[in-house]
Design a protein around this ligand. Structure first.
Ligand SMILES: Nc1ncnc2c1ncn2[C@@H]1O[C@H](COP(=O)(O)OP(=O)(O)OP(=O)(O)O)[C@@H](O)[C@H]1O
Length: 204
């Protein structure tokens, strides 16, 4: 079984992945930020490093999906390959931060990969407004994320909404995180768990 969490930068995917893995006994698969050889450089000069970073994420996420499929375990994944290909990469291209030939090259590679993978059994989308994202990004205080611009987050959010509206590949649960605090409020966490319980009923 494959459960995945989707959402913009700072939406709280990593925290919820950890809490759900603990609650359900699912195996967590995180995005390995510390090992990423491009992220620092990318945030300093997006145009120069966008293609390199996107290829890195595509490769790493594709490997994750293959591992999840092979393992046969119930896994909770922190961010999907679809977000890289349907949100981040096209956004960089639209913002003039990735050239058209690089974007076309990337897209062809993703199309090939997408023939070999399938959507998660349940996709949980964490919907958050830009002020919430900014607040949570500031709270965790990663140096390289200091340079993230509001318009970058806003455009990513618009692409997230458009993607979620057309998402038909599998079960989908949307959680609005603006008014909840899953880290500090056990009641909020249990409300989220109740919603997930209702969705996974019948999946196992
Ligand atoms: N395809 C991508 N293109 C550009 N940046 C990406 C891509 N995928 C991930 N990132 C960035 O890499 C970093 C990864 O951080 P992390 O795994 O903590 O996720 P996050 O997006 O901050 O989510 P959350 O706060 O919800 O856990 C973030 O700055 C994130 O936005």
């Amino acid at each position: 079984m494959h459960i995945a969490l989707a959402g913009n930068i700072g939406a709280g995917k990593t925290t919820l992945t950890r809490l759900l893995a603990k609650h359900y006994g699912w195996k967590p698969h995180y995005e390995d930020v510390d090992e990423n050889p491009y992220l620092n450089d990318f945030y300093e000069d997006m145009q120069r490093w966008s293609f390199n970073l996107q290829i890195y994420f595509l490769n790493s996420r594709f490997n994750q999906v293959i591992d999840i499929k092979k393992s046969g375990e119930t896994v909770i994944q922190d961010r999907t390959i679809f977000e890289d290909a349907e949100i981040f990469a096209p956004n960089l291209h639209a913002m003039g931060l990735m050239s058209t030939r690089d974007f076309n090259n990337y897209t062809t590679l993703f199309q090939l990969m997408s023939k070999l993978i399938k959507a998660p059994d349940l996709l949980i989308y964490l919907r958050a407004s830009v002020p919430t994202l900014v607040n949570q990004i500031q709270q965790r205080g990663r140096d390289y994320e200091n340079s993230i611009r509001l318009d970058y987050l806003k455009q990513l959010n618009e692409r997230y909404e458009a993607w979620i509206n057309r998402y038909k590949e599998g079960k989908l649960l949307i959680i609005n995180v603006d008014k909840i605090d899953i880290t500090n409020s056990p009641e909020d966490l249990s409300t989220v768990i109740d919603k997930i319980d209702a969705q996974i009923h019948g999946l196992f």
